[in-house]
Ligand binder design. Structure first.
Ligand SMILES: [Zn+2]
Length: 441
């Protein structure tokens, strides 16, 4: 603590106490907002549990509706625990002195340098992952199990965890080492180079993920259905999508949840159906879901999100470049920086600390931006639905979506405010209402 008070406020320095208060205030605001929204969602869903909403009364049974309500109530309650605990963990890392203690211990053990900084990032990542473990296990083996979704065995879970950790190390260590090296060696514009590296890495992942990474965890096979093939090929040609791009994934190995998605860049892009979804859908419905995914492709949604991500990342790295020079950034967040005789920051000694602290702060601020991101995503979903209505069938897509909702025990009666903040897809009632209009047009 003595180092903190010895820090003479340089002209133009950030007021320390105010900064620490602003961080705590933002974290508190985000957590309280999160808990309040979740509480609203749970209350809203349970209040509407007794009756299937009129718009769905013909197609959804009361039993399925109540199953969805119970599953939603359970997952939302778990989410509230997650939110509260993660806020406590962040406070412990920062103002509680956790990160400072970890940094000092590694300094004593390894001495200063690039190796110590890399070790700090890895240790922070490993400890965070371990802290996440109990709730993640509880979600899979208690909640998903209770509602009949879990298909994982402990052996498969362990194998997945080991594979993911190994992959994370193989990809993460070179990235972080290169990032730290740029921060050290690339001069005052290091953040621009770091941003370029970061975007390159993300593009590479987007390209590697569908054909290299995802197959390490699941089997992907081309859709083998002669009767469907002609319809699918026609649809893909109409949107200009490469014809080999439709795959079926063995999602049933881990979970009974059903889904379909579109991912990848360039020649690596593909539409993926979970086997769990395919089993439930008729030919017309499969075609309509595929048309929805092709709608994402045709409207260039991945590219648009990537552009926004690139812009936000650039702002983030520029901010980090500036914060890295401010002793108050570290002290306000509970870390003792290494100072020279004049009370300035020892050059190059804080790069890893800055990365960790910045990721914490960005996470808190990003949580407050969540509704904007969700809004954009819902707009994209509506666009993809409209594309499917034009090029396939609105009725078939609506029927497929309803099966998807029922199968996943997704609630049909979310709290409107919660949905506005968190839903990446529009609520069922809005989506089906719009498809209903498009079907008549
Ligand atoms: Zn979609």
């Amino acid at each position: 603590m003595s180092d903190w008070s010895a820090l003479a406020p340089a002209p133009g320095a950030l007021p320390l106490a105010a900064l620490a208060q602003a961080f705590v205030a933002a974290l508190l605001l985000q957590t309280v907002l999160e808990l309040w929204l979740a509480w609203r969602q749970r209350r809203h869903v349970l209040r509407h549990r007794a009756q299937v909403p009129a718009a769905f009364a013909q197609r959804i049974t009361l039993a399925a509706h109540q199953r969805a309500a119970d599953y939603t109530a359970d997952t939302v309650r778990l989410g509230m625990w997650e939110g509260a605990l993660s806020a406590l963990v962040l406070l412990a890392w920062t103002l509680g002195g956790g990160l400072d203690a970890l940094n000092q211990a590694l300094l004593r053990w390894m001495g200063p340098g690039l190796g110590q900084q890399l070790a700090l990032l890895l240790a922070f990542g490993a400890i965070s992952a371990l802290l996440n473990l109990p709730l993640s296990l509880y979600k899979t083996f208690v909640i998903e199990q209770r509602h009949g979704f879990n298909q994982m065995t402990w052996a498969l879970w362990l194998a997945d965890a080991l594979r993911a950790a190994l992959l994370g190390l193989l990809l993460g260590v070179p990235l972080l080492a290169a990032l730290l090296w740029l921060m050290q060696a690339a001069g005052s514009l290091w953040w621009l180079w770091a941003w370029a590296l970061w975007m390159g890495f993300n593009l590479l992942m987007l390209w590697l993920y569908p054909s290299w990474i995802a197959p390490m965890f699941n089997r992907f096979e081309p859709l083998a259905d002669q009767a469907l093939e002609a319809r699918i090929r026609a649809l893909m040609q109409a949107s200009g999508f490469k014809a080999q791009g439709l795959f079926v994934m063995d999602g049933s190995r881990r979970s009974a949840h059903a889904n379909a998605y579109f991912t990848g860049l360039g020649s690596a892009k593909r539409v993926v159906f979970f086997d769990t979804l395919l089993r439930k859908l008729g030919h017309g419905e499969i075609e309509a879901v595929l048309a929805h995914e092709l709608g994402h492709f045709k409207h260039r949604h991945i590219a648009k999100r990537l552009a926004l991500f690139a812009l936000l990342s650039a702002l983030g790295f520029a901010a980090l470049g500036w914060l890295l020079q401010q002793p108050a950034f570290f002290t306000a967040l509970g870390v003792r920086p290494q100072l020279d005789a004049q009370g300035g920051l020892l050059p190059q000694a804080h790069n890893a600390l800055a990365l960790v602290l910045f990721s914490i702060v960005a996470g808190v601020l990003g949580g407050l931006l969540q509704p904007l991101w969700a809004q954009l995503s819902r707009r994209h979903e509506f666009e993809a639905d409209a594309y499917a209505a034009r090029h396939s069938s609105a009725q078939h897509l609506a029927a497929a979506l309803l099966k998807l909702y029922e199968d996943n025990a997704a609630t049909l009666t979310p709290d409107p405010l919660y949905a506005r903040f968190h839903y990446s897809h529009p609520p069922a009632s809005e989506r089906l209402a719009r498809l209903g209009q498009q079907g008549q047009a």
